[in-house]
Design a protein around this ligand. Structure first.
Ligand code: MF3
Ligand code: CO
Ligand code: CO
Length: 289
């Protein structure tokens, strides 16, 4: 059922809503239709950065646990359960659960799903790929990260797409230096991706993150200059999370209002880190160690 006769993904059956112990503090938007407006800039004190790092470590470790479970035969709902349990066991809240009505603790985006795939009874097959995106909320701060996993062995074309999407993210991160405009990040990513003829998704972007899940700062992954000219400064925190495709950058939205696929059903990969800009470079805030 979760794949049609052409091998394309179709909506499956969602698991029951997962529970979070009452002792774990919810972000302010849970139970609301949308988050309260964010007031504040995108820079943080060292104490605040330490809290984003602590949340980010929980999200990254949850991805470690999920990644170890990615094998042919596993469902995306089971991957979500593993990620949920890892976040909650660490005392954090899975930020996506109840964010603008999103029903799960992670996004699981399979093959042609660009982002925001909802975990369901889809059984992963050898050769599929799945991006898992987890955000943890701890002590008032979010850490947001995702990785694309291979289900068993994948084709060389897909293997290279995954490798190069990770490389594109790292190149974008390394381009983020004080004094430059945010649009430098996407320029570097798009230039690299175009070498291989990949599609570069434009309409879903990186973002400021910290005390708010999405602060309003937008970080494009394509060359958007002269727009998105916010000047990068030390202490600024945001995500870099490029989505590259083997075909078009155009997309379709499923009737669930969340799942975004490539319009041509081409395979797509993504990686995401939350970073803080330093005087002399950057620090990754979504590492496991
Ligand atoms: N974690 C995603 C991001 O990278 C956002 C997911 S929002 C959701 O920005 F509601 F779809 F979960
Ligand atoms: Co993000
Ligand atoms: Co994310």
């Amino acid at each position: 059922m979760p794949f049609d006769d052409h091998g394309n993904l179709v909506p499956g059956v969602l698991p029951a809503t997962r529970s979070v112990p009452h002792a774990i503090t919810r972000p302010p938007y849970v139970g609301l239709q949308e988050p309260p407006p964010y007031v504040g800039d995108n820079t943080y004190t060292e104490d605040e950065i330490a809290k984003i790092r602590a949340a980010g470590r929980i999200a990254s470790r949850a991805l470690d646990a999920v990644g170890a479970a990615v094998v042919p035969g596993v469902t995306t709902a089971e991957l979500d359960r593993i990620g949920h349990d890892a976040v909650v066991s660490a005392g954090a809240y899975p930020s996506t659960l109840g964010y603008r009505g999103y029903p799960a603790s992670s996004c699981t985006s399979v093959n042609e799903v660009i982002c925001h795939g909802i975990p369901d009874d889809t059984v992963l097959r050898e050769g599929d790929i799945v991006n898992v995106d987890i955000t943890a909320y701890l002590d008032g701060f979010h850490g947001d990260t995702n990785r694309t996993f291979r289900v068993g062995a994948v084709s060389e074309e897909v293997d290279l797409l995954i490798e190069r999407t990770h490389e594109a993210m790292m190149r974008g991160i390394k381009a983020a230096k004080p004094g430059r405009e945010v649009n430098v990040i996407g320029r570097v990513i798009e230039t690299y991706a175009k070498r291989f003829g990949y599609g570069v998704v434009r309409d879903f972007t990186g973002h400021g993150v910290g005390s708010s899940f999405h602060t309003g700062l937008i970080v494009p992954h394509y060359d958007s200059a002269p727009r998105f000219n916010d000047v990068i400064v030390p202490g600024m925190v945001f995500t870099v999370e490029p989505m590259l495709t083997l075909g078009t950058h155009e997309w379709d939205m499923w009737a669930d209002d969340w799942t975004v696929t490539t319009r041509d059903k081409s395979i797509t990969a993504q990686f995401e880190h939350t970073i803080v800009v330093r005087e002399n470079g950057f620090e990754l805030l979504t590492l496991s160690e």
